[in-house]
Every structure is written in structure tokens, then in C-alpha cells.
Design a protein around this ligand. Structure first.
Ligand code: GLN
Ligand code: ZN
Length: 800
């Protein structure tokens, strides 16, 4: 392509926009299609309408319609699966012998094959489908949906305004770094070895986009900011150089759109290596950096980082190669929901521009906006004061547009917006509840003693004397199946259709049934079953001061699944006991011990939008103190065992290896603060929701829980020796039933797993439990599986 006649990058853009729809239209369309109530055409029509509505909304909010400012970031299910389809990289397990596997077959599984694995997308709560790549997986430019979606916006069939979008596509290096080797691939095979094939296919995709008239394409390469990928800096840099040399090299007769490489979620320049220089050394035309998490790429310019926990460094020299490129400065946080301090952001942008280290500066978001809800103005029940401090996707687009106007025409051009932003920032800082002196004082008075319990040996003796449990005690993780009656009861109560008394009666009835079932089955440590909880985080957020919840604030978790994260905006405290009455009622129905059940501070933070005006450590400790009071009240009510779930401990692990020790320190300490007020005779359990422990295995020991339950059935108890190797020598409940599928494990299978466990660790430490809570299971498989679990336990007990 010739340089001169290429459209320059727009002055303002966002890296992506929510796809699910303001009223979760995509969710409904998907689910009715899957259930057979609607056709594929219906689904396509809804998707088409959603895309056009998005394009129009973004144009209305001020992004340029004619110049690739509006991202084409729609996906029917997942942006990584979209690439798998574009490349035709269908794993052979879906193609062997069978007819062609469709897009949703890979996402949801077929009768013969489980779906692709779901894994967290960097440090968001979005989950992508892991590609499975082997030495002979087909890879070509096999599907042109991305091109068709571009054309559809450029030539709207309904005669609406034509919009030149910027297709947003997962980049080739990230795609392969997130892939796993297909089953049966040679031991030393790495998906990255298929890079040349992938690049060849992307070249064809780019040529097709150019032919359709796309001036720009965005290739997302978040893997470049992460140390949590199984490749070292050299390997990744080498892949980046090769991939982008391949994509930018001119080939006779083909053209390509200009390329924006986006690196959201962190810093391209870390102790482990500098990927910004590598990217700047390629021939791509623009680079988008995350200035909320990452450091500024140009000399003299500070950073937009607002998270005091990770103060980034300022660089001191120019980056060779960047002077010919557009730098898209991601100053507006795409990952959290706070209204920006526009004057401060403008300062960052002005310094960037003055440093003249890049050919041009454009204003952008730090990440795609798919991680925040659509629109604050769509929240009728939010306190108006709080609403004034928030920016969801639409408000963030407006912020980006304002900043770019200020850069172009000066601060006076946006005087009103700057005044409003400053007023919101000031109002937030001063608002009642944001700083609560009593909460601060209590935090300030903590000493190391508040983070430590008596030695484990003393605790273990006191607990055994009190609880008198058999060897290999059996228990569950907390929730029992959430039947439609339970959901109906909760919904009716929330809508005010039944009163408190009726609600309590119904929930108590459910608790009584669950206790009776557990007694019949012969479990040793019982639970109340959690029927009163809509969600393990939201339930607590609704009952703690300092949190707010939304009505339409849905964010895609995976596919059609959405979550509505609570907003943690103020100092946290507990107005009154939360779980005590239900636990106490359950305990009154049985002579067996009933576990109290709480969600831990790290998990509450991980699944909420968290305030950005103080270090996470302080926020976590505030939540921990509220939970500490709950533990004390449970104890006072006679509870001998309290479980504090930290399902998300691994999830919040920073992508930057340099930040991981600090994170593990504060996260472990907040758990200990929540639990260490317990008497030695009170047994503290924790539950961690995954089996890939590599990075946090040492931290599990540091939590100092008396019993830790983990997912282990699928990995066949791998965690037990790994944990033992770190010196962990307290109770361990490696899950023996994979609750992620309706399959009932036989007692023989469970016996085998238990034998593996007792061979690896002192049998007196081993507990027997499922992998996770049972709320998504039905009663049929629950009763059958728990029956087998208890039979297996009895057999293995006899061998001890
Ligand atoms: N106690 C919770 C439950 O059983 C734990 C859920 C989880 O670990 N995700 O539902
Ligand atoms: Zn779990």
C-alpha cells in the first residue's frame, strides 16, 4: 500500500463494546436457539440487529462513523472461538468420523465430545474457549464472517448510515499462546510452532478485509502483557517479530488494512522483558497501550494508573520505531466502572503529545468495554449520588470523545465536561460512607496478632476433642441443588409478593429437607445448603454497608452467561449478622456438626467492581473485618466449623510476575484477618475452586486453614502430592466427584481416588468431599453420587 492515501487513525476510539445487548438480547436469542424454539435465521437476525444498534449508538455518542473509530467487536459466543472458526482449526476429536462440527458444537459439546475448555481471559471475569492445536490441525482462511460483518455495517441493508468499522480480531500470537496442544500431540509439541500457518491465514483475512474496504484492523495481543503464559520473553518476542513481519510484508497484488495492535490488561514493559520495543520495531501502524494498568511508553509522561497498589514506572528514553506510529493511549479504564478524573487524564495525554515520541496520539480505553455494563442511565434504582460517580460503557465512550475534543481544540472546548468531572470526583471523595472513621480506626489498630491463630497442633487437638470426627470425615462444599421452587421463593420475596415470615418458613423448610437428606446419607459434617443465596458474592454484598447492586448491570461471563457484579464503593462494615440465623436453625435440627458458610474477602473483591481510590489491600481488610465479626457471631451461636470460601484466590493473581508476591501477601493476610479471631477449637475450612495451583500452592499453606478443600477429581488427586511437597500438613479435602457434569461417579472410582490421596498424605488429614458446591446439580445425581461417596469412604476406612 502507498503511505500517502491511507486514512490516519481516528482521534478517539474504544477497543471493544459489550456484545450481549442492553437487555441481554443475545443471551435470549442464543438460549432460545439452543432449545430449538427459534431458528438459526432468527439468531442471525438478532445478532445483525445488535451489531447495527451498537454501531449507531457509538456514532451517536460521538465516535466517527466514517473512519474506523467504531470497533467491530461483536461475537456470537466468544472472540477466541471466532478465530478457531475463521482458521477452520477444528480439533480432530470433533471431526473424526462425524459430520462437520458447528460453531456451537465446540462451545457446548456434542453427544460424543465435551466442549472446548473454558478459561479466564487474562484478569477479567470473562472466559474464552481454549483452542486445541496439534501438528496437523487444519489452519487456513476458512470462514469470512469477520469480513461479512464489516461489509454489513459499511452497506447497511436497511438504508441506514453506512459505518466503516474497525474489525477487532484476537491477534495471531495471543491466539496460539492461549491454545493448548491437542490430545495425542507429541510431548514436545507447542501450538506456537504453527505460527507460520496462522500468519498465512491471517494474511488472507487481511487481504479480504482490504478488498472489502477496511482501512484499519485491530489485532488484540493481550498475551504480551502477561507473565502467566507458558512461554518466556524471548519466545514471545520472536513470535511477535515473525508474525508482524509476515502480516506487514507487501506481497504482489495484495493489500491489507493498516494494523492497530492492542495490548490491554497490563504493562508491555515489565521486569520479565519489554514487548513495547519489540512491537515498535515491527511495521504495524498503531499500538494501543493500557495506561490504567501499564506505565507510560514515552519519556517524561507519567501514567494514568489509579491503582495505588501497582504504581508503574516512568520510562526515560524514547522507543525506537514508535515515532512513526500512532499511539492509542488507553487512559479510560475499560475494566472498572468509575467515572474518570478528566483533567488528570488530559494531563497524561498532553504530556504524551508533548513528548513527541509517537507520530500521533489517539485517545482510547485501556481495554475493550465488554467487561463493563452498558449504561449507567439505565439504572433506575441506583442512588443518584453514586450513579454520578460511575461510568459504564456508554459513559466511557463519551469520556473518550471529550478527551479527544480537548486535545484537538483545547480545554476550553470541553469546559463544561471538565467541570462536571471535577465535581463528581470531589463529591465522591466527600460523600458519606466513602470514608467511615470507625472502619478506618479499626483497621489502623490491627497488629500482627490479629492475623495469627494458635499453633496448628494445639488447634487440631482442641478440634478433635470437640468434634470427635471419624477418620476420612465426609462433607460437602456448601450448596445443595437450587430447585426451581427455591428460585421462585427468592424471586417472589424480592418482588414483595411474599412477606418475610412466609419467606423464612419456605427457606427453613428447604434447610430441613437438606439436613434430613444428609443425615440419611450418613455425612459427618453437614451444611444448611445455601438456599437463601442468589450468588455467593452478591448475597454478602447486599448485606454489607459499602456495596451497591444494579438492575441491568450485566457483564458477559461466557457465551450466554452473564453476571451482575456488585459495586464496592465505600468503607465496608456489617450492619448485622448475615448467616447466623440460617446456620443456627440448621444446627438445631441435628446432632451432627453444621458448617457455617462464608465467602472470603478476596473472592468478594474478585467478583465485584472495586473502588479505585485506595489500595486493594485496605479494601480487602475491611471486608475481612466484617467477616471476622460474622465468624465470631457464628461461634457465639455454637458453630464449631466455619468455611470461608476463597474460590477466586488464583483468579486475582496479577499478570505481571513482579506484582505477584505483593498480591499473595495481602490476599493471604486478608483471609487470615477474617479467620484468625476464631478460637483454637473452632475448625476453619476453606474451599478453592480449581486444580491448577502452580502459582499459588505456597499461598495455600500460608492461609493457615485447618481444612482446605480443592477441585481434584479430574486431575486425579494431583494436588495432594503438590501440596504435601510445600510442607502443607493440615486437613485436605481433594474433591472426589467432578460436579461440573451430571455424571455419577461409581463407588469404585471414588475408592481409587481416595486410595491415591491416602497414599500421598497422612490419612488422618484427608477429608472426603465433592469438587465444589452442588447448586447446579439435580437431586437425582446428587443423592446417587453422595451415596457412592459414603460407600467408598467406608471401604477405604477399613484399609487404614
Ligand atoms: N460454598 C459455595 C457453594 O457450595 C462454594 C462455591 C464455589 O466454590 N464456587 O456453592
Ligand atoms: Zn468451588
Amino acid at each position: 500500500m502507498t503511505e500517502s492515501n491511507l486514512p490516519s487513525f481516528p482521534h478517539a476510539t474504544v477497543l471493544g463494546y459489550p456484545r450481549i445487548g442492553r437487555r441481554r438480547e443475545l443471551k435470549r436469542a442464543l438460549e432460545s436457539y439452543w432449545s430449538g424454539r427459534t431458528t438459526e435465521e432468527d439468531l442471525e437476525r438478532t445478532s445483525h440487529d445488535l451489531r447495527l444498534a451498537t454501531v449507531r449508538r457509538l456514532a451517536e455518542l460521538g465516535l466517527e462513523a466514517g473512519n474506523a473509530a467504531i470497533p467491530g467487536s461483536f461475537s456470537r459466543y466468544d472472540q477466541v472461538l471466532d478465530i478457531t472458526f475463521t482458521l477452520g482449526a477444528i480439533p480432530s476429536r470433533f471431526t473424526d468420523g462425524a459430520q462437520d462440527a458447528g460453531y456451537f458444537d465446540l462451545a457446548r459439546g456434542t453427544a460424543a465430545q465435551p466442549p472446548l475448555e473454558l478459561t479466564k481471559w487474562f484478569d477479567t471475569n470473562y472466559h474464552y474457549l481454549v483452542p486445541e492445536i496439534g501438528p496437523s490441525t487444519p489452519i487456513s482462511f476458512a470462514d469470512d464472517r469477520i469480513v461479512r460483518e464489516f461489509t454489513e455495517a459499511a452497506r447497511p441493508s436497511d438504508g441506514g448510515i453506512p459505518v466503516v468499522t474497525r474489525p477487532v480480531v484476537v491477534g495471531p500470537v495471543t491466539y496460539l499462546l492461549l491454545s493448548k496442544p491437542e490430545d495425542g500431540a507429541p510431548e514436545d509439541f507447542s501450538p506456537l510452532s504453527r505460527l507460520d500457518d496462522v500468519v498465512a491465514a491471517y494474511r488472507e483475512l487481511l487481504a479480504a478485509l482490504a478488498a472489502a474496504g477496511a482501512p484499519w484492523v485491530q489485532l488484540d495481543e493481550p498475551a504480551l502483557v502477561s507473565d502467566l503464559i507458558a512461554a518466556d520473553h524471548e519466545t514471545v518476542s520472536d513470535a511477535v517479530r515473525r508474525a508482524y513481519a509476515g502480516l506487514t510484508a507487501a506481497a504482489a497484488g495484495t493489500e491489507r488494512p493498516q494494523i492497530l495492535v492492542a495490548a490491554p490488561f497490563g504493562d508491555l514493559r515489565r521486569a520479565s522483558g519489554d514487548h513495547l520495543s519489540v512491537l515498535a520495531g515491527t511495521a504495524v501502524e498503531a499500538i494501543a497501550v493500557d495506561l490504567v494498568r501499564g506505565s507510560s511508553p514515552l519519556p517524561g509522561s507519567g501514567s494514568g494508573a489509579s491503582d495505588a497498589a501497582s504504581a508503574p514506572a516512568t520510562s526515560s528514553s524514547t522507543v525506537p520505531g514508535l515515532e512513526t506510529k500512532t499511539l492509542v493511549a488507553g487512559v479510560i479504564d475499560g475494566h472498572n466502572i468509575w467515572r474518570a478524573d478528566l483533567a488528570a487524564k488530559l494531563g497524561v495525554l498532553e504530556t504524551l503529545r508533548e513528548s513527541a515520541g509517537a507520530a500521533a496520539i489517539a485517545v482510547g480505553t485501556s481495554t475493550s468495554l465488554q467487561h463493563v455494563p452498558h449504561d449507567v442511565d439505565d439504572e433506575p434504582r441506583l442512588d443518584p449520588a453514586l450513579a454520578g460517580w460511575l461510568a459504564f460503557a456508554d459513559q466511557k465512550v463519551a469520556e473518550v470523545v471529550t478527551l479527544s475534543r480537548a486535545l484537538a481544540a483545547g480545554r476550553d472546548a470541553v469546559a463544561q465536561e471538565l467541570t462536571a468531572s471535577a465535581a463528581a470526583v470531589a463529591a465522591r471523595a466527600e460523600a458519606a460512607g466513602v470514608v467511615v472513621p470507625e472502619v478506618r480506626e479499626r483497621l489502623g489498630e490491627l497488629s500482627d496478632a490479629d492475623f495469627a491463630r494458635a499453633p496448628y497442633a494445639d488447634r487440631a487437638a482442641a478440634q478433635q476433642a470437640r468434634l470427635n470426627l471419624p477418620p476420612l470425615p465426609t462433607t460437602t462444599i456448601g450448596s445443595f441443588p437450587q430447585t426451581s421452587e427455591i428460585r421462585t421463593t427468592r424471586a417472589a420475596w424480592t418482588r414483595g409478593e411474599i412477606d418475610d415470615a412466609e419467606y423464612t418458613t419456605r427457606i427453613r423448610g428447604e434447610i430441613a429437607r437438606v439436613i434430613e437428606l444428609q443425615e440419611e446419607l450418613g455425612l459427618d459434617v453437614l451444611v444448611h445448603g445455601e438456599p437463601e443465596r442468589n450468588d455467593m458474592v452478591q448475597y454478602f454484598a447486599e448485606r454489607l454497608a459499602g456495596f451497591a447492586t444494579t438492575v441491568h448491570g450485566w457483564v458477559q461471563s461466557y457465551g450466554s452467561r452473564c453476571v451482575r457484579p456488585p459495586i464496592l464503593w465505600g468503607d465496608v462494615s456489617r450492619p448485622e449478622p448475615i448467616t447466623v440465623p440460617w446456620t443456627q436453625y440448621a444446627a438445631s435440627l441435628t446432632d451432627k456438626p453444621v458448617k457455617g458458610m462464608l465467602t472470603g474477602p478476596v473472592t468478594i473483591l474478585a467478583w465485584s467492581f472495586v473502588r479505585d481510590d485506595q489500595p486493594l489491600r485496605d479494601t480487602a481488610n475491611q471486608v475481612a473485618l466484617a467477616l471476622r465479626d460474622e465468624v465470631a457471631d457464628l461461634e457465639a451461636a455454637g458453630t464449631g466449623i466455619v468455611q470461608v470460601d476463597e474460590a477466586a484466590l488464583r483468579e486475582l493473581l496479577p499478570l505481571d510476575a513482579g506484582a505477584q508476591p505483593g498480591y499473595l501477601d495481602w490476599s493471604v493476610r486478608s483471609f487470615r484477618l477474617a479467620t484468625s479471631g476464631a478460637a483454637p477449637s473452632t475448625q476453619i475450612h476453606t474451599h478453592l475452586c480449581y486444580s491448577e495451583f502452580g502459582d499459588v500452592v505456597g499461598a495455600i499453606d500460608d492461609l493457615d486453614a485447618d481444612v482446605t478443600s480443592v477441585e481434584a477429581a479430574r486431575s486425579r488427586m494431583e494436588i495432594v502430592p503438590a501440596l504435601a511437597a510445600t510442607g502443607y500438613a493440615r486437613g485436605i479435602g481433594p474433591g472426589v466427584w467432578d460436579i461440573h457434569s451430571p455424571r455419577v461417579p461409581s463407588d469404585g472410582e471414588i475408592t481409587d481416588l481416595l486410595k491415591l490421596a491416602v497414599a500421598e498424605i497422612d490419612p488422618r488429614l484427608v477429608w472426603v468431599n465433592p469438587d465444589c458446591g452442588l447448586k447446579t446439580r439435580g437431586y437425582g445425581e446428587t443423592t446417587a453420587s453422595l451415596t457412592n461417596l459414603i460407600a467408598a469412604t467406608r471401604q477405604v476406612r477399613e484399609t487404614l
